[in-house]
Write a protein that binds this ligand. Structure first.
Ligand code: ZN
Length: 287
């Protein structure tokens, strides 16, 4: 390994940066990178709300429509694919929830894109949403209380306040619906989170693993559990009604994320407006 240290400068503040020979020169110092991300958080959220957030739902709905027409083996592949969309939609929602909660400390884009759902964070999210009253959830997300929207966001028109009120109301309903899928879904979710090879590890039977066999209407994803030194099996039913519920949960999670972003963007907008209003007057007051 070449251990030489090389020097470059931050393209924002000009601070000298050193890096190892053979590495790519960093573009910015850590502080300027955070600032760079922060400036783009609002745009990132609105572009995510426009397209990315719905991608899991679109794929799940399309798979469910296709599943109805398919032969049994193909149905199983599509059923597992729908479950993967469920895990990913949940991972996105939990990541978004954490990123928005912590946005005063960490840029949203960083927290969201770095987020990895695991067993602990999946179960903690289910528990937190189930146990926390709506107003407190809003506090944690730094979203104004529904009763104080007009006062907290004075630049909104009456109509905008009404729309936002409705969006927050729907968001709280959808968050509850998400966790109402229950403990089983949370556990399946926790188990599947981080298992990246579900496609390759699909199985029709599990008796060969010394585990009780699957029912004919079930498919399973298998993964190594190195910690317990066993093979874990997540069984999924290919029953259409059951999958319809899963797609319904993906739909609720998608809507919850969209409305959460809508509320946070309203707060950002208000902050930007009041900054714009205050800056020139303060400048004028200065001698
Ligand atoms: Zn810098």
């Amino acid at each position: 390994m070449d251990e030489r240290r090389l020097e470059s400068v931050c393209r924002e503040c000009g601070k000298p940066l050193s890096f190892h020979a053979g590495e790519t020169a960093p573009a910015r110092c850590p502080d300027c990178f955070d600032g760079f991300l922060r400036l783009r958080d609002a745009d990132f959220l609105s572009s995510y709300a426009e397209l990315g957030v719905a991608s899991r739902r679109i794929i799940a709905e399309t798979s469910l429509r296709a599943l109805v027409m398919e032969s049994p083996p193909h149905r199983k592949v599509l059923a597992m694919h729908i479950m993967e969309q469920y895990v990913q939609a949940a991972s996105d929602l939990v990541g978004l929830y954490h990123a928005l909660q912590g946005r005063l400390h960490t840029p949203v884009m960083r927290a969201f894109l770095d987020f990895q759902l695991d067993r602990t964070s999946a179960l903690a999210f289910f528990h937190e949403i189930r146990e926390t009253p709506g107003p407190e959830l809003l506090d944690r997300l730094l979203i104004p209380q529904q009763a104080h929207l007009a006062r907290s966001l004075p630049s909104l028109s009456k109509r905008d306040v009404k729309d936002l009120d409705r969006a927050i109301h729907q968001m709280l309903i959808d968050l509850r619906k998400t966790v109402d899928m229950g403990e089983t879904a949370a556990l399946a979710l926790a188990q599947m989170a981080g298992e990246r090879r579900t496609g390759a590890a699909l199985t029709n039977q599990s008796a060969w693993l010394d585990i009780t066999g699957l029912r004919a209407d079930q498919v399973a994803a298998i993964a190594l559990d190195e910690r317990r030194r066993t093979v874990s099996v997540t069984a999924i039913s290919v029953d259409e009604k059951r999958l319809q519920t899963v797609v319904g949960a993906i739909d609720a999670m998608t809507r919850a994320a969209q409305n959460m972003i809508y509320a946070v963007l309203s707060v950002y907008q208000e902050e930007a407006r009041s900054k714009a209003l205050n800056t020139p007057s303060r400048a004028r007051r200065r001698p």
